[in-house]
Design a protein around this ligand. Structure first.
Ligand code: PLP
Length: 327
């Protein structure tokens, strides 16, 4: 099976497993896990924030961030198909008592004007920006647009959270350091179980005071682990070995798009958005290619660590047999 459903499908490599097996560990709840502490120190520096905290999942990191940045009864505003608004089971309302408002926006990018026009958006509210933006097909926020919308939120007194689950994809594709975006946000989530190839793990970065309060959320949500260094070792390994190679995933995604008759220029990172046809997922599955839903009218094929050139060649051949886009 050529599994292009998501970049979460990766299995840890033998070298990553060896790093996990060799990890020096301690009790994370006592803040005594040396590998987790090293990961947090290193990622805080990398993201240009003063502090960072390990989380088992990016969902938990996002929810802990909202809990820190917001006040109950206030709003979380984001593009209408962001992960935080529609794939986290109402978490902002349940955990933080927030009113959830989605904005329709091209390529997942609300404009400053949309932020200026919001009702009831003030101190205690949060703007969430997702980079890359999943549902638009891995689109990257251009820096100037990102800065302008952050400025609009700040002028309303609201905080800004960056869901950078796939921020390294944006950074590698745009040729910009992650700090270009991270420095503008109050808090940042990075996920390590997507393109970076870890079995689990995420990081939340922010100010020391915010990260201290995020500890409470982590405990509350049941995410404070014991020997978390096993995961942190995989994450440190990924930082050393799996960041630059994201460019290969991006190149393969473009090649896949071209091979099935789509415009490669529409592929910004590792997602190929395929026009949906009735029964297409099943017909592709019968030929050994797994894709999944992206948004209404579009399926997604996502390249990742476990997809090499040979798999892309095979996927193109098999997809051409069933897709009408190339005709
Ligand atoms: C943009 C975005 N944010 C957050 C998450 C949540 O990640 P996790 O599965 O680690 O909770 C995902 C997962 O697909 C995602 O795509």
């Amino acid at each position: 099976m050529i599994d292009l459903r998501s970049d979460t499908m990766t299995k840890p490599t033998p070298a990553m497993l060896a790093a996990m097996a060799a990890a020096e560990v301690g009790d994370e709840q006592e803040r005594e896990d040396p590998t987790t502490n090293e990961l947090q120190r290193r990622v805080a520096e990398l993201l240009g924030h003063e502090a960072a905290l390990f989380f088992p999942t990016a969902t938990m990191a996002n929810q802990a961030a909202l809990r820190v940045l917001s006040s109950p009864g206030c709003k979380v505003v984001a593009e209408e198909r962001t992960h935080i608004l529609i794939y986290e089971w109402g978490g902002p309302a349940i955990h933080s008592g927030l009113v959830m408002q989605g904005l329709a926006a091209e390529a997942g990018r609300p404009t400053p004007e949309q932020i200026e026009e919001l009702d009831e958006f003030q101190t205690g509210s949060v703007l969430v920006l997702e980079n890359t933006h999943r549902s638009s097909g891995g689109c990257i926020w251009p820096l100037d647009e990102f800065g302008a919308v952050v400025g609009a939120a700040r002028s309303r007194g609201a905080a800004v959270h960056l869901d950078g689950a796939r921020l390294f994809n944006a950074s590698v594709a745009a040729g910009l350091p992650v700090t270009a975006w991270t420095k503008l946000a109050d808090t940042v989530t990075i996920c390590f179980s997507k393109g970076l190839g870890c079995p689990f793990g995420a990081i939340l970065a922010g100010s020391p005071a915010m990260i201290e309060r995020a500890w409470e959320g982590k405990f509350l949500f049941g995410g404070a682990l014991r020997q978390s260094g096993v995961a942190a070792a995989a994450m440190l390994y990924a930082l050393d070995h799996h960041v630059e190679r994201l460019a290969e995933d991006h190149a393969r995604a473009k090649r896949l798009a071209e091979g099935i008759g789509l415009d490669p220029a529409t592929v910004e990172t590792n997602f190929v958005a395929i026009p949906e046809e009735p029964g297409l997922i099943d017909r592709l599955l019968e030929r050994g290619v797994a894709v999944s839903d992206l948004r209404p009218g579009r399926l997604r094929a996502v390249t990742h660590l476990d997809i090499g050139d040979a798999e892309i060649d095979q996927a193109i051949d098999r997809m051409q047999e069933v897709l009408s886009v190339h005709a």
